[in-house]
Design a protein around this ligand. Structure first.
Ligand code: SF4
Ligand code: SF4
Ligand code: FES
Length: 248
């Protein structure tokens, strides 16, 4: 009987073991309550990051994620503290024991108006937002504002009919609505600010002669041929033209 010939198997060269990456230090976690349920989340997360880390998908109540659009209004309470706090979910960091709720939209009256039929003085506010005259000067709106705007002061300016002041003080408003949910007089501050900005733009801002001239030219169809040419161009041609343009 023939002995089975032993076949010397060539050892396959083993792939070199990848060196283990230095492991990231474990994240420090903190407990927050989202829609009433406790979740462990990284303690350096924003509220928005924490909500997503906890497995929720944010479909409403998020836009820019950088503190500009005002879509992510949030209210929260802290353990052992009777106060209610407000903030933007995308820029406010979590804190241990935070109990939070999102407010993706704040219901608010929004009158429809024709700016041409309004006058740039107190009568516009009297007509569209008479509730501003119920302001009790409690300053709660100012405390609620994540933009640190002087919200009460711009409502007081509206009561005086000082359009420019309202426009100026509300300029950085994000329309997040947090002031409106806290106001005992049920004022919708951001809409008052918007009205002032529109009135200012329509009636009070300085006119630019260059802009007036350009508008006249547009109305006289001076650029229509060029527009038509641009509309027919392919994307790469447009890009070439764009990058070759004169810039100041
Ligand atoms: S004024 Fe009101 S709506 Fe505007 S950013 Fe402040 S809290 Fe938000
Ligand atoms: S919260 Fe309302 S009542 Fe209080 S100061 Fe602001 S606008 Fe006035
Ligand atoms: S997502 Fe835009 S301000 Fe928070």
């Amino acid at each position: 009987m023939m002995a089975k010939k032993k076949v010397a198997l060539k050892k396959k060269a083993r792939p070199e073991k990848a060196k283990p990456e230095p492991s990231e230090p474990p994240k420090k976690m903190t407990t927050v309550f989202i829609m009433g349920k406790a979740h462990q989340v990284p303690d350096d997360a924003t509220i928005m990051g924490a909500i997503e880390y906890a497995g929720y998908q944010i479909k409403r109540g998020a836009g820019c994620r950088e503190g500009f659009c005002g879509a992510c209004a949030t209210v929260y309470r802290m353990p052992g503290d009777y106060k209610i706090y407000t903030g933007l979910a995308c820029t406010t960091l979590v804190q241990e024991g935070m109990w939070l709720s999102q407010l993706p939209v704040i219901p608010a009256q929004k009158p429809i108006y024709e700016i041409e039929k309004l006058e740039p003085n107190v009568t516009a506010f009297q007509k569209l937002y008479p509730e501003i005259f119920r302001c009790v000067a409690c300053n709660t709106c100012t405390k609620a504002c994540p933009q640190s705007l002087e919200v009460m002061d711009y409502i007081q300016a509206a009561i005086r009919g000082d359009i420019e002041k309202v426009m100026d003080l509300s300029f950085d408003c994000l329309c997040c609505g947090l002031c409106a949910i806290r106001c005992p007089a049920e004022i919708v501050h951001y809409n008052v600010g918007l009205l002032a900005k529109r009135l200012y733009g329509r009636y009070l801002s300085k006119k630019s002669p260059e802009l007036e001239e350009r508008l006249r030219e547009v109305k006289a169809k001076k650029f229509d041929k060029e527009y038509a040419k641009l509309m027919k161009m392919k994307k790469d041609e447009l890009e070439k033209l764009y990058y070759a343009r004169d810039t100041e």
